[in-house]
Design a protein around this ligand. Structure first.
Ligand code: NIG
Ligand code: FE
Length: 416
């Protein structure tokens, strides 16, 4: 860490805050946790100014920072990044959970008028304030488990006003909780009943709403559900072409229930990520590697749908495709409100190592959102940090439940 400790910007005090004496997992190198024992981590104006050992500090701690916090006995990691959620919705689908336990499949329920469309009904009926109130506990739970950056998709409105309402609520959640919310427009999530049999007309409508929502500053990225029960490759392509013309990055619910060549399509658009990807072929993996598209693994949906086909993990590793891990928090396939639990499921179901899981929920997740200023701890990065009551970093993926979070900082501000 000598290079960082001797960085000239590290010498300019005073810093706002200095954490002293914990063990830091920087994740700053390509491999390994990047452990620094008896560490010192300082920041000013929300940006990290120093990461190194206590002995590398250029001066006495009190001379360097307005506030010095004793972090002894704790581990410090980058704040967690949940890069794929549908956390804004009204109602719930516990009834479908029971139907699936009795043997119905997710696809069957969707085809018989349940599934996403039933959350659309509830979300349309909710006022903006009610939708906010119903969504807040979920975003709260995610934050209180270590999340500092949260992606939230639209996709339960499926008309202009209700998609807008969802995106506005997503932004409000970020303000309320002090976390950074990244919004994704998922108008092409399902066909609403009023467009029955007219999917191409619905895509016309989606393409009419997107520029208006983007003009309002409500859209950071664009997603679609490319699937037998979602939209075709050609329909998805139309949405992506429009997104590209607006300068918006794309990502895709790809190859979740069948291999629809979705991963290759999103890679063709240099997309941020292909998500789910259980059925992605080697061709798709190669295209992702070439495009730098991240594979977002969603073990909560895999678990709840009792899937058995694993994503092509070895192919991702062989081709150097970065793997992120996210909750997919949604009322249908993954009512999961803990990113640590998603990490645990990724280890148990997909055999990720705990280190891969942590990198997947930080560095690679940030990359899946196109964010280069977070997801690892180094001078010049955002001071998004989590302090944990653990003895080794593997514990973050090991415990199911519990509350190991001691403190959470977003851009240097304590938010929990
Ligand atoms: O990521 N597959 C599509 N979208 C969600 C499920 C949404 C829902 O069922 O409400 C997913 O699994
Ligand atoms: Fe999803």
């Amino acid at each position: 860490m000598t290079d960082r400790a001797s960085d000239p910007s590290a010498q300019r005090g005073p810093w706002d805050c200095l954490l002293l004496g914990g063990t830091v997992a920087t994740l700053a190198q390509g491999a390994g946790y990047g452990v620094i024992e008896d560490a010192a981590l300082g920041w000013r104006d929300g940006v990290i100014t120093f990461v190194g050992t206590r002995s590398q500090l250029p001066d006495a701690a009190e001379m360097l920072a307005h506030e010095v916090i004793d972090a002894q006995g704790s581990w410090i990691t980058p704040g967690l990044v949940d890069c794929h959620t549908h956390a804004v919705f009204a109602g719930n689908r516990a009834g479908e959970f029971e139907q699936r336990l009795r043997g119905a499949s997710y696809e069957e329920i969707a085809r018989s008028g349940g599934g996403i469309v039933s959350s659309v009904r509830a979300t349309r009926e909710a006022s903006e304030a009610d939708l906010f109130a119903q969504s807040l506990p979920r975003a709260h739970a995610l934050r209180d488990d270590g999340v500092t950056t949260l992606e939230i998709k639209s996709g339960y409105g499926l008309d202009y006003e209700n998609e807008r309402k969802m995106l506005r609520v997503a932004r409000q959640l970020g303000e309320e909780l002090g976390i950074n919310v990244r919004t994704t427009f998922l108008g092409a999530h399902a066909l609403p009943p009023e467009f029955e049999g007219r999917a191409d007309d619905y895509i016309d409508a989606v393409c009419e709403w997107l520029p208006r929502l983007h003009d309002e500053g409500l859209v950071d990225a664009v997603d679609a559900f490319c699937e037998r029960i979602g939209f075709t490759l050609a329909q998805t392509r139309r949405v992506f072409e429009l997104a590209a013309s607006l300068g918006l990055p794309v990502k895709l619910h790809a190859d979740q229930l069948s291999d629809g060549a979705g991963a290759a399509l999103v890679a063709e658009f240099s997309g941020l990520s292909a998500d789910h990807v259980e059925h992605t072929s080697e061709i798709g993996v190669r295209a992702m590697a070439q495009a730098g598209t991240v594979a977002v693994l969603l073990p909560g949906a895999f678990h709840c749908l009792r899937e058995t086909l694993l994503p092509p993990l070895d192919a991702f590793r062989r081709h150097g495709v970065p793997m992120a891990v996210a909750t997919d928090c949604n009322p249908g396939t993954s009512p999961l409100q803990s990113l640590r639990l998603a990490m645990s499921l990724a280890c148990t179901h997909f055999r990720l190592t705990p280190e891969e899981a942590l990198r997947g929920a930080t560095t690679h997740a940030a990359r899946a959102l196109g964010l280069r200023d977070r997801g690892l701890l180094a001078v010049g990065m955002r001071a998004d940090l989590a302090r944990w009551n653990i003895n080794q970093p593997a514990e973050l993926a090991y415990w199911l439940g519990g509350d190991p979070l001691i403190a959470l900082y977003s851009a240097g501000n304590r938010i929990r």
